[in-house]
Design a protein around this ligand. Structure first.
Ligand SMILES: Nc1ncnc2c1ncn2[C@@H]1O[C@H](COP(=O)(O)OP(=O)(O)O)[C@@H](O)[C@H]1O
Ligand SMILES: [Mg+2]
Length: 324
């Protein structure tokens, strides 16, 4: 196996999960589909440790020398992850080929297992903790990407407001029923936070095709370019929303504070600062609410991962609002 792939990514890049299944552990029918679709047997499979779902993520080298990437999850392992794979199957098939995202080759779905075969990206994860020079590369790649998809070249992918209607609005729900464990600052300002956040559907509005799930585990460095993978949450909105939502994870993973990142998002300079603060509030509300929910199946440390991002998002919001 060694020699075929770069070293495995840093284990701190994503919440720990029950171990990802290897190719050999997947059902026969799914593996038969892989071989039939690719038209060749599999010489090597390397399970990738970055990423989020409790599903398989395998870089494949085929007997004919070609490569492919397989991700697959069962509804039994995690129903939401399977739903997200289905969502990714739809978004990936609508992405313009010009953005360099992995191409969707084929989809398997028998009601129990959902599998996606994609073109392989021969890259590596960015160093963790974050290095400033690599973050500059990420932001430069992101700006180029955003410029190339403004206006969004596809009408098949919906708006940020539609796509995230169930996720955002956390402060409103927290204010209605403040849960145990809510931090003092949030508790103190709950009603104001809910008010500030309420304009998020308008604040995110824009005509750029967004990734909307940027974190280090969804990026691979290829030369000096960063390729963005895992486009399950793709939608259209204001370009800087991608940077705002990404920034708390960067701070969590040893990078600079969120505002540093936003200052390197070329499209953010023209943004209305109040709209940005509204979206920072919505993102902080999302992480704060999620972190206090029970753990989902097979993702035991997700809540801690969200709690840390919530902490950084709230500090940022506190700075921007001046609310002490
Ligand atoms: N097309 C690809 N080619 C090579 N490696 C990939 C590809 N897509 C994802 N990966 C690797 O697999 C990991 C998990 O993939 P991802 O699509 O993010 O899965 P998840 O839905 O579990 O988050 C990524 O962190 C990356 O290292
Ligand atoms: Mg991912």
């Amino acid at each position: 196996m060694r020699g075929h792939f770069p070293e495995p990514p840093d284990p701190l890049t994503a919440p720990s999960r029950s171990r990802r299944p290897d190719l050999q552990e997947l059902p026969h029918r799914l593996r038969r589909w892989v071989v039939a679709t690719l038209g060749s047997g599999i010489a090597h499979s390397a399970t990738q440790t970055g990423g989020f779902s409790p599903g398989a993520a395998c870089r494949l080298v085929l007997n004919n020398g070609e490569r492919a990437f397989l991700k697959a999850v069962s509804l039994t392992a995690n129903r939401e992850a399977a739903a997200l794979h289905r969502r990714e199957a739809l978004t990936a098939s609508s992405l313009p080929p010009t953005i360099g995202a992995p191409a969707l080759l084929s989809v398997f779905d028998d009601g129990e297992w959902v599998g996606l075969l994609m073109s392989d990206v021969n890259g590596r994860h960015l160093a963790q903790p974050w290095r400033a020079d690599e973050l500059e590369l990420v932001m430069a790649s992101l700006s180029r990407l955003h410029e190339s998809v403004t206006p969004s070249p596809t009408s098949a992918i919906g708006s940020y407001a539609e796509t995230h209607a169930d996720q955002l609005g956390g402060w409103r729900r927290l204010a209605a029923a403040p849960p145990e464990g809510l931090d003092t600052w949030s508790r103190q300002h709950l009603d104001r936070l809910a008010g500030l956040e309420s304009m998020w559907p308008t604040a995110v509005d824009g005509n750029t095709l967004l990734h909307a799930d940027l974190r280090t585990d969804n990026m691979l460095l290829v030369g000096n370019d960063v390729v963005f993978v895992d486009w399950a949450w793709a939608c259209t909105g204001a370009a800087w929303v991608d940077a705002v939502a990404f920034a708390p994870s960067v701070a969590m993973q040893g990078g600079p504070p969120p505002q540093w990142l936003l200052d390197r998002c070329s499209q953010a300079a023209a943004a209305d600062p109040e709209a940005v603060t509204t979206v920072v509030a919505a993102v902080a509300g999302y992480f704060t609410e999620q972190a206090l929910l029970p753990s989902p199946a097979n993702l035991p440390s997700l809540r801690e991962f969200q709690a840390q991002q919530g902490h950084h998002a709230r500090s940022w919001l506190r700075e921007r609002t001046g609310w002490r």
